[in-house]
Design a binder for this molecule. Structure first.
Ligand code: ATP
Ligand code: MG
Ligand code: MG
Ligand code: MG
Length: 440
């Protein structure tokens, strides 16, 4: 919705009073959830309806209910509503306009039910629709956060404030509506499958990957199913990201693609995938999986088909590069294991252990997942220092946090200061070059 921000704030004229959208979304904050919860992806499609100073809370609520119960035909006794704790108006509208029973409208706190993007800007209370997979568990002591029972599928934001620098909420002149409905979640509900991954949006990708590993999804172990889910999710993400022009690199958006690709390759190796089954000379399997994704999406998203050869090339290149890194790491790991074993047979030394520092180096420099290190080490009778590894991870996390803060400080303060003091400079680059040997 960020492109709509100036319209919400009344800073840009609205072209239309209402809109509906289907947005491709990437959410890296959910990366650890992928394959572990039934409902989170890094890539998903969000359907939405928007009002720019046109209809507001009453109609948004009435129509959301109508969409859920009349169009999607979801049974009323499976639907629950959350509202922001102070939003009595929303409570009354759900009850009187939509006809929802009072005990099915639950008040929740700011974290879940007050939407904003950053510390200032347009914001407002939200209201969410939840689907109940187990209505037989009754209506007492219901916790909508219990994701073994409920799934949030539709989120309505009543964009009615602008949060100022000092934190104060200033009512917007135009009241707006911004909603989001997850296509994969709705598909799970309507197709009556146990999670988003087993819908027709993702299942064929997992089945294809399972096949390459000599498995079938249904008979796979829980661990293998998780790896297959990660492959199913991330391969969609990278196909769409590359199609939209993001290429693997070490910074910014490029790093996100790189990280996702590496995770797919790692999961493939954990599953024992050895190639694409079609004789790719380098043993790469990602392009073949990408082809499944592209074929599935081409009638709704022709761009992906148009960009397919670029997608295959990028994936192939990146996969090979990563596998080479992994193989170098394997050699180093072998050396470290031999050292650990040699030390263990010295007098007074206990069982052979790989230090947290070494496990972290393998992870950080060679992209070696801790599970692989642990597994290979265990085969040789060496254990790993998990606590030490986690301590190293924490140090890195804090360092990147600190780096992040530094950048922010500069952008907000120092750069602004400098730009007001330094006079305009003339750009000479069109006619003069300092030294041609500097040009790479
Ligand atoms: P949750 O609480 O389950 O993490 P959310 O409140 O973070 O979801 P919103 O920001 O409200 O999600 O996004 C609007 C809708 O988009 C959600 O109701 C859901 O249907 C869908 N959605 C959000 N995040 C994801 C995700 N990671 N994967 C799939 N669908 C998602
Ligand atoms: Mg979330
Ligand atoms: Mg939520
Ligand atoms: Mg939400």
């Amino acid at each position: 919705m960020l492109q709509f921000k100036p319209i919400f704030l009344g800073q840009a004229p609205r072209q239309v009073p209402r809109a509906t959208t289907s947005q491709k979304c990437i959410r890296t904050n959910d990366i650890e959830n992928v394959g572990r919860t039934a409902r989170h992806h890094t890539f998903f499609e969000m359907l939405g309806n928007f009002s720019f100073g046109d209809y507001f809370k009453k109609d948004a609520i009435k129509w959301a209910w109508e969409l859920a119960t009349e169009e999607f035909k979801l049974p009323i006794d499976r639907l629950w509503v959350s509202i922001f704790q102070d939003d009595d108006e929303a409570f009354t509208l759900w009850r009187d306009e939509a006809g929802v029973q009072e005990n099915r409208i639950l008040r929740m706190g700011e974290e879940d039910n007050f939407w904003s993007s950053g510390s200032t800007g347009p914001c407002g209370p939200c209201s969410e629709l939840y689907y109940d997979f187990y209505p037989e568990r009754g209506t007492e002591n219901v916790d909508l956060g219990d994701d073994s029972r409920f799934i949030e599928f539709y989120n309505l934001v009543f964009m009615q404030y602008n949060r100022k620098e000092d934190g104060a909420l200033e009512p917007l002149r135009n009241k707006n509506i911004d909603t989001g409905l997850g296509l994969e979640r709705l598909a799970q509900i309507l197709q009556k499958v146990p999670n988003n991954y087993e819908t027709d949006l993702i299942y064929p990708i997992m089945e294809y990957a399972a096949n390459l590993a000599g498995l079938t999804y249904r008979d796979a172990s829980e661990n293998s199913k998780t790896y297959l889910k990660v492959i199913g999710d991330h391969s969609r993400a990278v196909v769409y990201l590359i199609s939209d022009g993001v290429t693997p690199s070490n910074i910014g958006r490029g790093y996100i693609v790189r990280r996702l690709i590496r995770r797919v390759v790692r999961m493939g190796r954990l599953l024992g995938i050895k190639g694409d089954g079609q004789g790719d000379i380098d043993g790469a399997f990602l392009p073949a999986i990408a082809k499944v994704v592209i074929d599935m999406s081409s009638n709704v998203d022709p761009d992906v088909q148009t960009n397919s050869s670029r997608i295959f090339t990028e994936l192939h290149k990146e996969e090979i590069r990563f596998v080479q890194t992994l193989e170098r790491g394997e050699k180093l790991l072998e050396q470290l294991l031999q050292d650990a074993l040699a030390q263990a047979i010295q007098p007074n030394s206990s069982q052979a252990v790989l230090s947290g520092k070494d496990v972290f180096m393998l992870y950080d420099t060679f992209g070696f997942p801790i599970e692989i290190t642990e597994e290979v080490a265990a085969e040789r009778g060496v254990s790993i220092d998990r606590k030490g590894f986690e301590a190293e991870m924490e140090v890195q996390r804090q360092q990147s946090q600190a780096a992040h803060n530094t950048v922010k400080l500069y952008a907000d303060g120092a750069l602004g200061d400098i730009s007001s003091k330094v006079p305009l400079t003339e750009f000479l680059g069109y006619s003069t070059l300092q030294s041609s040997s500097n040009i790479v």
